[in-house]
Write a protein that binds this ligand. Structure first.
Ligand SMILES: C[S@@+](CC[C@H](N)C(=O)[O-])C[C@H]1O[C@@H](n2cnc3c(N)ncnc32)[C@H](O)[C@@H]1O
Length: 346
């Protein structure tokens, strides 16, 4: 199948090589995201949502840059993201905190990132979010468990940058369920409310008893990173492949994709790892592109899109095709796969 006939409604024929795999709504490419981003038209992306390799003191499998070089390294990607985002587009960056090497002192790198991106590149910090992961393990062991001189670190900073002061956003698409007290109030407002002025001087009136379908979420997102990743982990396990070590939970991209984009918009993850972002974007009816430099991570990420009844032989065939550089089409919720005639080169 020639590239131009691929059904994905994003300009993937603009890329110098075919995707590693593609679905109804998106495509995963193997390569350096600086090069891949460059191949996209300017002002074509609605949302770039990503979690880069962190500047942690302990080297992770996927490689880390020293914290001091980190901001400049990341800024190179951010400059291109700025160029490729639509004027009302957003850039959401999940950054874990870190300690300085050998000292119980925090690195400031994740706070330097928004200052640099806003001062030097021209982004606005639309809002600072904090992802609280109650299931995070205590770390670093030396300061938290052994010497007991620091508390457990369980919050990531998630910076929401925008190109304009009014990026596309609709918080009513990400309402959280009402508390039980609020539900009772909505049932019988008279019993609960005696409209009066609060100490702050704000008048609490009947408007508060209106059912809006849920509460406005706060910028503290509580999401346990303990989901099972069903099909992805099952696939890795059955082929004996190690799962990606730094996946974020799907609720994180889900929140920002619903909040900041509409169906049909283009969502891009430039450090896609196991492609959690692409998988959620597909489920939410958004177009997506995933860029990842490690072909093994990409090949395994394709399991996310496969039918749960797919047998091990087909799964293995599929994995090997992607690993060997063939471009593979995944037909939504089907055990069938098809392959592009042109082999991709990496
Ligand atoms: C923190 S992980 C992302 C995990 C992802 N959010 C998930 O849920 O699976 C960062 C990824 O960035 C990839 N990476 C690092 N530098 C890259 C580059 N220049 N271009 C493309 N991918 C890169 C790494 O291989 C790693 O898989």
């Amino acid at each position: 199948m020639p590239l131009a006939q691929i059904r994905v409604p994003v300009s993937i024929d603009k890329f110098t090589h075919p995707p590693a795999y593609f679905t109804d709504l998106g495509a995963a490419f193997c390569g350096d995201s600086l090069e891949l981003l460059n191949q996209l038209p300017d002002e074509s992306i609605n949302l770039v949502l990503t979690s880069p390799p962190f500047a942690l003191q302990r080297e992770k499998e996927y490689g880390n840059k020293d914290a001091t070089e980190y901001v400049e390294w990341l800024a190179e990607f951010a400059r291109l993201v700025y160029q490729k985002l639509k004027p009302d587009g957003s850039f959401v960056l999940d950054l874990g905190g870190a300690y300085e090497k050998g000292k119980p002192v925090r690195s400031l790198y994740n706070f330097r990132v928004p200052i640099y991106l806003c001062d030097e590149i021209g982004f606005f910090l639309a809002e600072d979010f904090y992802w609280f992961n109650p299931s995070k393990l205590p770390s670093p062991i030396e300061w938290v468990n052994k010497r007991k001189i620091r508390a457990k670190d369980s919050v990531n900073t998630v910076w929401w940058f925008s190109k304009s002061e009014f990026p596309k956003a609709d918080v009513s698409k990400v309402l959280t369920p009402y508390s039980s007290r609020m539900k009772q109030l909505l049932k019988d407002p008279d019993k609960f409310y005696d409209p009066k002025k609060r100490p702050s001087g704000h008048d609490i009136g009947r408007a508060f008893a209106k059912d809006n379908g849920g509460s406005i979420p706060s910028n503290l997102l509580q999401i346990a990173n303990s989901e099972s990743n069903g099909q992805y982990l099952r696939g890795c396990k059955s082929l004996g492949i190690k799962a990606h070590p730094a996946r974020f939970p799907s609720k994180l991209p889900e929140f920002f994709i619903r909040f900041l984009t509409d169906p049909g918009d283009l969502v891009v993850d430039i450090f896609s790892g196991s492609n959690t972002t692409g998988f959620v974007a597909e489920a939410e009816g958004r177009n997506w592109l995933a860029f990842e430099k490690d072909i093994q991570y990409i090949a395994a990420s394709s399991f996310r899109f496969m039918d749960e009844n797919i047998d091990e032989d087909r799964l293995s065939l599929f994995y090997e095709k992607v690993m060997s550089g063939e471009s593979v089409e995944i037909i939504a919720n089907a055990t069938q796969l098809s392959f592009l005639e042109t082999a991709a080169t990496y």
